[in-house]
Each structure stands twice: as C-alpha cells, then as structure tokens.
Design a binder for this molecule. Structure first.
Ligand code: TXA
Ligand code: MG
Length: 359
C-alpha cells in the first residue's frame, strides 16, 4: 500500500482532507501528521487493533507504550483516572504544547495502547493541523514518532515517506516541524512528579510550577538492569547507521581531536562524517561535514539534529564524530538524544578526563 501524501499549511488547513483523515483513523487506519515536536504516526487510541497496527508499522516492541494525543482539555478526565492539581497547573501553562503527562488510566484506554501499563501518557499538541485531525478522529489519537523503530524521529514528511511510505494510509505534509525533539515527559502517577524524558520544556521551566519535580536518575545513562519508567528509554533509539561518537571538551580541543580522527578514518579507507556548529564549521576541511546550527541559537541545533543524522545515512557515511552541545536550556534534551544515537560512546578531548568509550 502506498500512503496518500496530502500537503497543507497550518495557516490554511485543508478541512476536507482532514475530515477524510479523521474517518480513516475512526475506521482503524493509520495517518502520519505534523506536530510541533516531530511527526507522529496516528491511530485511534481507543481501538486496540489500531494500536497493534502502529506497533507493526513501526516494528516497535508492543511493551513500549504510546502517547495519547487530545485536542480539548475536557477530554482529559475520560482517560486519566486521577489528575493532581499540579498537573492542571502544568497544563494551564504548557498545553497545548510539547509536554506529555502520565496519569493512572481509566478503562476507556485499552492496554494495547499503554503497552500493558495501568498508566496513560497524554499530550495536547499545539500544531493546529494536529488538533483538527484529533477532533475529526473523535478526540483520542495514539501517536508515537512516525519513524521506523530505531531510526531518528522524523522532522519532515519526507522522513516519514522514507520510513513508512509503503505501510500506512496517509501522510499529512505541512513542512518541517518547529522544535525537532520529542516532548518532555513528566510522570504524575506517583507521589512526586518525575521527568522521564527531557524536551523543550526544561526542568527549570517545569520547576517554576512544580518545585519538587525530580529528574529520573537513569535518564542520561544506560539504565542497565533497572527497568526504566518510560519503557521506550531502554531501547537504542534515534540511531544513525554509522557508528557515532560524541567528543567532549573545550571547543578548541574538540575540533582538533575530531580533525585527527577524521584523518585517521580516511586513512583506514572509511567515509567519515562530522557534526559541527556554525562556529566551528570552517575548522573541518575533510570528511562529510554538516552544520547542525549555531551555538548561540540552541533551538536551531535541536531542530536540525535528526535531519543531520538522517542525511549521513543517505550519504553512506560509516563513522561520525560529533561535537557536544551542552547549551543552557535545551542542552539536556539535545545531549540525551545525541548520546542515545551514539550508544553512549563518548571521548574527551584535551586529556583532562580519562578516555572512555561508553560501550
Ligand atoms: O513529541 C512527542 O512526544 C512525539 C509526538 C508525535 O507527539 N511522540 C513521541 O512518541 O515521541 P514515542 O512513542 O516515540 O515516545 C513516547 C515515549 C516512549 O519512550 C514511551 O515509553 C513513553 O513515552 N511512554 C508512553 N506512555 C508511557 C507510560 N504510560 N509510562 C511511561 N512511559 C510512557
Ligand atoms: Mg519515538
């Protein structure tokens, strides 16, 4: 099956196409759609069969729960059994937007959608096309990122076509997304709220409303034997085909070491790639050098990360060296995704820390 690709802009949504896309979802079909974070692969969240289809299309293990997307605050309580006051305050401040909150679920949500968990993750996206589609579909759309499991999340419709163009019913194309990293996930189902996945809403921003918020300790590291609270975090994610290594240290040391590594890999007959920033781009004269964005504009780095990783795949690059991007607000989210893509392979330039190759 070839997916129908429908193009429209957020400024002038095609209401007829969205009504038809909503019908496809109501009947159990799959529609990929834009959100402000990444493109999502939508199915009816209340239909166990649709959830099974999502897992099959992505090649995703069925114990990795899906996020339920809503487009109206009044729909929350039908699927969330208890919503603490603090969560309402978070919703007031950050919804619609790049925030997902986890609550204990009601019987309305099938276990197929929640990967067998008694909790449900809920997000109210701000993208107007996403909102209209959700309303047309009956209010509850389960949507993981619309990539094949293990590949970088899609930030353009072309990425979705590349991964799922032959397996789903429809793809709504409204151009590149605004943020480029998946939503911040906060678990409100326990005694104190916990950030399970960093995103555009930083711990500082969340902490203004929920001062006692904690960050899941296993977040930036491999979790070993501990079962992660967000089951998706245990899988190797966002991975490019080439072996990726992150180089930390002062920018000067980092660029010097990456230049050396690129030289070595060319000598070994490999095709190397470099993830550089606007500030360092000109320092690299060999290899497939890609500029991810400016260090003084961290949003540009977030927006381009997945696109750059996918571009290396298309170029047939075999080994990638990336600078680290510990930027002030989005640094945690960017580094979380970058380190996962690298399988936590990190080396330190300048010799101030012991060289360690994470895995
Ligand atoms: O920005 C986003 O959140 C995008 C767009 C499409 O909305 N969606 C997205 O979905 O990133 P996905 O499936 O790729 O990632 C969802 C993450 C997974 O790591 C999953 O394990 C976790 O959320 N999750 C979902 N429901 C959960 C639950 N009940 N408890 C703990 N973790 C949950
Ligand atoms: Mg995903």
């Amino acid at each position: 099956m070839k997916a129908e690709v429908a193009s429209m802009t957020a400024a002038s949504p095609d209401h007829k196409v969205l009504a038809r896309a909503g019908m496809i979802l109501k009947k159990g079909g799959l529609v990929a759609f834009p959100t402000e974070t990444v493109y999502g692969l939508g199915g009816n969240a209340l239909d166990p069969e649709a959830s099974r289809r999502i897992y099959a299309a992505k090649g995703r293990p069925s114990d990795n729960p899906l996020i339920v997307h809503i487009a109206d605050m009044k729909d929350l309580e039908a699927i969330a059994a208890s919503v603490p006051e603090k969560a309402y305050e978070m919703a007031k401040r950050f919804w619609p937007g790049p925030l997902t909150m986890i609550f204990s679920k009601t019987d309305m949500v099938p276990l197929e959608t929640t990967g067998g968990l008694e909790t449900v993750a809920v997000r109210f996206p701000s993208d107007p096309i996403a909102q209209e589609l959700i309303r047309c579909a009956g209010g509850y759309v389960a949507a993981p990122s619309a990539n094949t499991s293990g590949r970088p999340s899609p930030t353009t419709a072309q990425h979705v076509i590349d991964d799922l163009g032959d397996t789903i019913d429809m793809i709504i194309d409204s151009g590149p997304v605004g943020i480029g990293l998946e939503s911040t996930i906060i678990d409100f189902s326990g005694d104190t709220p916990v950030i399970l996945r960093p995103g555009y809403i930083s711990p500082q921003m969340a902490g203004e409303i929920v001062p006692d918020i904690r960050i899941d300790p296993g977040l930036l590291k491999e979790t070993g034997n501990i079962r992660p609270k967000a089951p998706g975090m245990k899988y190797r994610h966002y991975a490019p085909k080439a072996e990726l290594t992150v180089v930390e240290g002062s920018l000067q040391d980092v660029t010097l070491l990456i230049r050396e590594k690129v030289k070595e890999s060319i000598k070994q007959g490999m095709a190397p790639g470099v993830i550089a920033s606007e500030e360092t781009f000109k320092c690299y004269t060999e290899g497939d050098v890609r500029c991810i964005g400016s260090r003084s504009d961290e949003e540009s780095i977030a927006r381009h990360l997945y696109q750059v990783l996918r571009a290396f795949d298309d170029d047939g690059v075999q080994v990638i060296w990336s600078e680290a991007f510990d930027t002030p607000s989005l640094g945690q989210a960017i580094m979380n995704r970058l380190l996962k893509a690298a399988g936590h392979r990190v080396i330190y330039a300048g010799g101030n820390k012991n060289d360690s190759s994470g895995m």
